[in-house]
Design a protein around this ligand. Structure first.
Ligand code: 8YV
Length: 321
C-alpha cells in the first residue's frame, strides 16, 4: 500500500455519521447522490482505489474483479450476505472480501417476525382496505386472520438470525420452533432439530428461510418443496430471493397449495414477479431486513473495522474470501 492515505470508494450513500468516520481516516470517495454505480464506474474504482465498500446491489462480477490494472485489494461488503460478489474470482485474484455479520442479526430477525405477524393478521390487506375507503365498519367475521401465538414456526437454516428469531418467537410468542440445518444437528434456545427439510415443511404453520444464497440453496423452495408445506402454511423470506423459485411460489399461491407469503427479498431485485403484486395474501417489503439507523450505522462501522485492520496489515475480523 503506497505511503499516501489509502483510497476507499463507498459505492452507495450510507449513514452520514459513518461516512464522516471513514473520510477522517481514509481518502474517501462517497456517492453523494446515491445513484447505483455502473459496471464502468465499478471498474474505475477497481483500478484507482485500495478498497471498495460495496453493497448487496453492486454486482462484483469476475469481469469487474479482474479489471486490467486492478489496484483494489479488499472488497468490504456492507451486509452479511455476499452473493453479490464472485468470491471465487476474488480468491483467485488475491482480493480479500469481508462482510458485516452479527450487527444486523436482531434487526433482520425483527423483520422476519414482522412478516409472520403481517401475513397471519393480514395487516397489509387491512391497511389497503381502510386507506382505499372500503371499510364499512367492524363486523364479526371481517378479515379474520390466523393466530401466531402457540403456532409452529419452522426455520430453514439455524444460524445467527434464525436463532434470534427463535428467541422472539419461542419466548415472545410461545411458538413451537423447529428447524432443519444440515450443519446443526442439535437444538438450542428451545428450538428442536428435524433431520429433514421435508419434516419441517410438513409440520410448520410458518416456514421462515434463513440460509445463504449458494448454488446448493438456489430454488431450495421449488414446486415440490412448496407442495410439502401445509395448505394453511405461510412462507417467510428475509434471506435471499434466489432461495425461492418465485414462479413456483406464484403457482402454489394461485392453487391454494399454501395460504400466504411474506417476502423481503426477490430473485431479480428490485423487480418482483407481477402476479405477486396483485395478491392480497402476500406481504411484499423492499429488502428492509437491516433497515434501521442503528443497524446501518453499525454495519458501516463493522465494514470500517475490517478496512482499518486490512490497512494496518492485520487479519480481517470478518473475512469471507
Ligand atoms: C443489507 C442484507 O441491507 O446484510 C444483508 O445480507 O441483505 C441486508 O442486511 C444489504 O445486504 C445491504 O448491502
Amino acid at each position: 500500500m503506497s505511503a499516501e492515505r489509502p483510497i476507499v470508494v463507498v459505492t452507495r450513500k450510507i449513514p452520514a455519521a459513518v461516512e464522516q468516520e471513514i473520510a477522517t481516516q481514509f481518502e474517501t470517495r462517497l456517492n453523494a447522490n446515491d445513484t447505483p454505480m455502473s459496471a464502468e464506474a465499478l471498474e474505475e474504482a477497481m483500478r484507482t482505489a485500495d478498497v471498495v465498500l460495496c453493497c448487496v446491489a453492486d454486482k462484483m462480477t469476475a469481469d469487474i474483479i479482474n479489471t486490467p490494472g486492478r489496484r483494489v485489494k479488499l472488497l468490504a461488503n456492507y451486509g452479511v450476505g455476499f452473493n453479490n460478489i464472485d468470491v471465487a474470482a476474488a480468491k483467485a485474484a488475491g482480493v480479500l472480501v469481508s462482510n458485516t455479520p452479527e450487527v444486523l442479526t436482531e434487526a433482520t430477525a425483527d423483520l422476519a417476525m414482522t412478516l409472520v405477524l403481517m401475513t397471519a393478521r393480514r395487516t397489509g390487506e387491512g391497511e389497503r382496505h381502510l386507506r382505499g375507503g372500503q371499510w364499512t365498519g367492524w363486523r364479526p367475521t371481517h378479515m379474520m386472520g390466523t393466530m401466531v401465538t402457540g403456532k409452529t414456526l419452522g426455520l430453514v437454516g439455524f444460524g445467527r438470525i434464525a436463532r434470534a428469531v427463535t428467541k422472539k418467537a419461542h419466548d415472545g410468542f410461545g411458538m413451537k420452533v423447529i428447524f432443519h440445518d444440515p450443519l446443526v444437528p442439535n437444538g438450542a434456545l428451545g428450538a428442536e432439530p428435524r433431520a429433514t427439510l421435508k419434516e419441517v415443511l410438513e409440520e410448520s404453520d410458518f416456514v421462515s428461510l434463513h440460509c445463504p444464497a449458494l448454488p446448493e440453496t438456489r430454488h431450495l423452495m421449488n414446486a415440490q418443496r412448496l407442495g410439502e408445506m401445509k395448505k394453511s402454511g405461510i412462507l417467510i423470506n428475509t434471506a435471499r430471493g434466489d432461495v425461492v423459485d418465485e414462479a413456483a411460489l406464484v403457482a402454489a399461491l394461485q392453487r391454494g397449495q399454501i395460504a400466504a407469503a411474506g417476502l423481503d427479498v426477490y430473485e431479480r431485485e428490485p423487480s418482483v414477479t407481477s402476479e405477486l403484486l396483485k395478491m392480497e395474501n402476500v406481504v411484499l417489503l423492499p429488502h428492509l431486513g437491516s433497515a434501521t439507523l442503528e443497524t446501518r450505522e453499525a454495519m458501516g462501522r463493522r465494514a470500517l473495522e475490517n478496512i482499518r485492520l486490512f490497512v494496518a496489515g492485520h487479519p480481517l475480523r470478518d473475512r469471507v474470501a
